[in-house]
Ligand binder design. Structure first.
Ligand code: HEM
Length: 572
């Protein structure tokens, strides 16, 4: 090996050591957790270390001393920051972190972190600080802490995490992704006007029609129950937002809306998002580049995002110019502008309208699937609910919203469904706009703050035997409903679910109509024996039961499409 080559290799090693030293300093600071959201080795310090290494490589004489002093200066500056930061109170307790991966190996199941966060409660308590990969995270395990922070300090805890992926995928307009600022505020106001509790009764007819259409589909094709459940929110959202009634599953607007959601969910899965956030250049590659799958997915999703905003919105505007459009979010807001449409408000109405579809679809379907799973596993609960419906509603008509007060057990089933397997087990993470001090702990600015809904809905003190499905836990001895409406399933503070009242009404009418007209049982094998149902759940930000075998059979008298048409008043 030549002398030059030896020299070159040793200097590369020097540079490498300098970098490793830098990396070690980062790790050291992470573990002492002084200032977790600021870069752990500032750009200046990192540059100094790299320069030091580089100069060392060029000249082992004077350069060596220059390099050493630069490094010492960088180290001293870092130490000063470290001591400065000691003036902060400590971060909340949590498991130790490793460089790069954070506490990921402390999670029993990295795809279901809410379970480990809940288990960590006994060691670290109700507020935990951890790092998942390079993301600092504060986890809240109790309703009390969630109320203190999200409700009482909402001006600090109402932001969302920024991500480089939203814009390329055309998702940056959606309210759940928006930063806590004016764009979010305008959309939220539009949503509030349309879907506040007092406004929901005006959507009862649309919700009832959508639920009844679902009954027809279940009667005609019971095995495809998941697809009928999916059509239910598509139908009521298109009605309440665009006054548009999809006739079939192949309806072109349903297709446009669902396509965008599917592309978005496929593109922004947890794994993919992490890769794109770690290597953002992947989103800048040309689409023809070999392996540029993320970029191609983003381009396709961006086009779908354009369609989802343009097609249904232009459809309402055209109908408004030629005929009367019934009450719905878009027409009501455009009418309120009295023909003086400004771009900002019109865009906000358009974006809020699309957000409603996204917000309602996955959540409603998943909750209905959890309900169906609970019913197939608990025939006695199903029978009790049906007996109540038969007693209050009778057999000659179908339930409607006026029956709700007389059917507390149905409400208890709905609440227990939201509690047993909340579809957002960790809500949607909030973020802080400034740093804060809570109960003596330092909460950094810009940190992800996760409300661990799972821990709250599985709190044994409040809900004994939390893994059991027991609607009775929401009923007083005298049969009346308790005051706990399971609000934690809908999130917290200023970012609480903007469609929760609509969701509540929609889910109630869907499950009550289902139980009035149908029963679900375990499927039978070829020998007529029941096939056991073993619940399995998907993973991700939202979860739902994976498809399970079951038999849905009609239970109304003279069950037929004709009879259903008589009962619902709908044409077949
Ligand atoms: C079972 C039904 C539903 C559940 C369990 C649910 C749950 C949630 C949760 C947990 C959040 C996050 C709250 C937070 O950040 O603290 C959320 C946000 C949101 N939901 Fe829902 N949701 C449901 C249905 C709906 C429906 C029907 C709509 C629309 C009509 C909707 C629209 C939204 C919107 C727009 C946001 C974002 C709010 C914001 O960031 O300010 N949701 N939802």
């Amino acid at each position: 090996m030549s002398a030059e080559w030896l020299f070159f290799s040793s200097e590369i090693l020097n540079l490498g050591s300098a970098c490793w030293l830098g990396a070690f300093t980062r790790w050291y600071i992470i573990n002492y957790r002084t200032s977790p959201t600021t870069p752990l080795l500032s750009t200046t310090s990192l540059l100094s270390v790299l320069t030091a290494g580089y100069i060392t490589m060029l000249d082992t004489g004077a350069g060596f001393y220059l390099a050493t002093s630069t490094f010492v200066l960088a180290a001293l500056s870092r130490c000063r920051k470290y001591w400065d930061n000691r003036s902060h109170p400590p971060l909340p307790p949590g498991p130790s972190s490793l460089p790069i991966v954070g506490s990921i190996f402390s999670l029993d199941d990295p795809f279901r972190p809410w379970l480990s966060f809940n288990a960590w409660k006994s060691t670290y308590g109700n507020i935990i600080y951890t790092r998942l990969l390079n993301k600092p995270v504060v986890v809240i395990n109790s309703e009390e802490v969630a109320k203190d922070l999200f409700d009482l300090r909402s001006s600090i805890y109402s932001d969302r995490l920024k991500s480089v992926v939203y814009e390329p995928f055309g998702a940056d307009f959606g309210m759940p992704f928006l930063a806590y600022g004016d764009r979010w505020r305008v959309q939220r106001r539009i949503f509030h006007q349309a879907f506040r509790q007092a406004a929901i009764h005006s959507y009862h007819p649309a919700l009832l029609r959508s639920a009844h259409k679902m009954l027809f589909s279940l009667l005609q094709d019971p095995t495809n129950y998941a697809s009928h459940f999916q059509m239910f929110p598509s139908s009521f959202i298109l009605s309440t937002v665009y006054d548009y009634e999809p006739k079939t599953k192949d309806d072109h607007l349903v297709h446009v809306m669902q396509r965008f959601l599917e592309l978005l969910i496929a593109g922004l899965g947890i794994g993919g998002t992490m890769v794109m956030e770690t290597f953002p250049f992947l989103l800048r590659l040309p689409t023809w580049f070999p392996g540029a799958t993320f970029k191609r997915a983003a381009v396709e999703c961006l086009q779908a995002s354009h369609d989802v905003r343009e097609i249904p919105f232009q459809d309402v505007k055209e109908r408004m110019s030629t005929s009367r459009v019934g009450p719905c979010l878009v027409a009501d807001h455009l009418n309120r502008m009295n023909g003086v449409e400004d771009d900002v408000s019109t865009t906000a109405v358009n974006e809020a309208a699309c957000t409603a579809f996204g917000g309602a679809s996955e959540t409603t379907v998943s909750t209905l699937l959890v309900f169906l799973l609970a019913m197939v596993l608990h025939p006695e609960i199903q029978a009790k609910a049906q007996a109540d419906i038969d007693r209050v509603v009778g057999k000659d008509r179908l339930p409607d919203f006026d029956d709700r007060v007389g059917l507390p057990y149905l409400d208890a089933i709905l609440r227990e469904t939201l509690r047993w397997h909340p579809v957002f087990p960790m809500g949607i993470p909030h973020s802080t706009t400034t740093s804060d001090i809570y109960n003596g702990y330092f909460i950094p600015e810009g940190v992800a703050v996760i409300a661990n809904t799972w821990a709250m809905t599985h709190n044994e003190k409040k809900y004994p035997s939390p893994d059991e499905f027991m609607p009775e836990r929401f009923i007083h001895e005298d049969g009346s409903l308790m005051s706990d409406t399971m609000p934690s399933a809908f999130g917290w503070g200023r970012r609480v679910c903007a469609g929760q009242h609509l969701a509540d009404a929609a889910l109630w009418i869907a499950i009550t109509s289902f139980l009035a007209t149908s029963s679900v049982h375990k499927a039978l094998d070829e020998h007529g024996k029941e096939i056991p149902v073993i619940p399995k759940f998907s993973t991700g930000l939202t979860i739902h039961p994976e498809k399970f075998p079951c038999r849905i059979v009609p239970r109304f008298q003279h069950a037929s499409a004709e009879r259903l048409a008589q009962l619902t008043g709908l044409e077949q």
